[in-house]
Design a protein around this ligand. Structure first.
Ligand code: SF4
Ligand code: SF4
Length: 394
């Protein structure tokens, strides 16, 4: 269970330079420094700055009044902490090298432990995962319903475990079907877990539910994947990729198998001459770097490399690309709690894509895809997943 002292040391590293302020997408939308990393760090430094005498006399803190009730400041601060998409832009520019990536997860988890978080808008997300083991709250027995229709074949001796993720299992099954088409074309032996696949926990950790991920989701998922004997896990979901490669390791899990994003696996199959994209489809596309895969996990190039094998595809770069990618607003519970600001971020991303002359936006995050397609207006471009795009070229 996370305590304030677990992350307070990082607070002192901050020199208040302000580099993290203009790059923070919620700050760009909301305009108050309380929404920016520096503003939140400043508040927390003040929480900590209590003398021993204050503690002995039990003087009120910024978080609780004399009666031990939450102060208005604490409630405002809690809301400000959740004005965060977990995009990693602050970590990328921070001079003091504060590991914001896990830091914000810890701050949110501490707020949950103290009874301030999560926000009411997030409770349904937590409840869904606790009761159904998937984010949209569907019957998990039906998680693999799409598999047969996709022409999927379960192997008894799989090379890889295809980790589908909640979004591709229930809401955008065309992504899951596209991955199966790619694996079939490469003659890869694979398995899917069906109902034994539970939410990876990425979205839950981002809203302060790290304890549940650590104690329940991670152990179950690790055991289920290991039980298949596969030497590698492949996923098309940027959030799940982050969960498996970063979050689980941070929580003390250490997957004894390789973890690939589908873009990395496509490159591997092509280089091994097991996969060839033969269909030429002329189109100009632009990649919306999913924060979780690109900036947070340092894998900005694999999606670009995979698209080089697709005949007829011309890649155009938006102004914000790779480490400077602009978050779509879909992540970290931001869309659920701050829908207007999240829609505005998506609209800005759409405008950038149009400005470079793209006909289609491609991404590697199913939730960003759903969000940007849902809020698009006027001349906004269609957004597709990289796996869907690649499968069309087979
Ligand atoms: S992770 Fe992104 S949204 Fe959250 S505080 Fe940092 S820059 Fe802002
Ligand atoms: S960039 Fe880092 S050091 Fe500078 S204000 Fe932000 S958190 Fe503090």
């Amino acid at each position: 269970m996370v305590k304030f002292s677990d992350f307070s040391e990082d607070l002192h590293a901050c020199n208040m330079c302000g580099y993290c302020v203009p790059v923070c997408p919620p700050y760009q939308e909301i305009g108050w420094e309380s929404a920016a990393p520096r503003g939140k760090v400043y508040f927390m430094k003040n929480v900590e700055m209590r003398s021993p005498l204050d503690r002995i006399l039990r003087r009120p803190t910024k978080m609780r009044d004399f009666a031990g009730r939450a102060t208005q400041e604490a409630l405002d601060f809690t809301r400000a902490v959740y004005e965060c998409t977990g995009c990693g832009a602050c970590e990328a520019v921070c001079h003091a090298e504060i590991p914001f990536d896990g830091f914000w997860d810890d701050v949110k988890e501490w707020l949950v432990n103290e009874g301030y978080g999560p926000l009411p808008e997030h409770r349904q997300m937590l409840k869904n995962v606790e009761t159904t083991k998937n984010l949209p709250g569907k019957d998990n027995e039906r998680r693999g319903d799409w598999f047969k229709e996709a022409g999927g074949v379960q192997s008894d001796q799989p090379e890889v475990l295809f980790w589908v993720g909640c979004a591709a299992s229930f809401e955008r099954q065309s992504i899951a079907k596209a991955v199966v088409k790619i694996l079939n074309a490469g003659n890869v032996r694979y398995r899917v877990l069906g109902r034994e696949e539970w939410c990876s926990g990425g979205p839950i950790a981002r809203i302060g539910g790290g304890d549940y991920v650590k104690k329940t989701l991670m152990p179950h998922n690790m055991e289920a994947v290991e039980g298949t004997g596969a030497k590698a896990l492949v996923t098309a979901c940027a959030e799940c990729y982050r969960a498996w490669t970063k979050d689980y390791r941070r929580y003390g899990g250490n997957p004894p198998f390789a973890v690939f994003h589908i873009s990395q696996y496509i490159e591997k199959l092509v280089k091994e001459k097991r996969l060839k994209f033969t269909k030429k489809l002329d189109r100009k596309v632009t990649l919306h770097d999913a924060c979780q895969l690109g900036r947070v996990c340092g894998q900005s190039e694999p999606p670009r490399n995979a698209m080089k094998y697709l005949q007829g595809v011309v890649q155009l770069e938006m102004f914000h690309n790779r480490d400077t990618t602009l978050c779509s607003g879909a992540h970290g519970g931001f869309r659920e709690a701050f829908p207007q600001e999240a829609a505005s971020l998506a609209a800005r991303r759409q405008a950038e894509a149009r400005d470079v002359g793209a006909q289609l936006m491609v991404t590697t995050c199913p939730r960003a895809l759903a969000h940007m397609n849902e809020v698009k207006r006027g001349r906004a471009l269609d957004v597709v997943d990289l796996a869907e795009l690649a499968a069309e070229h087979l």
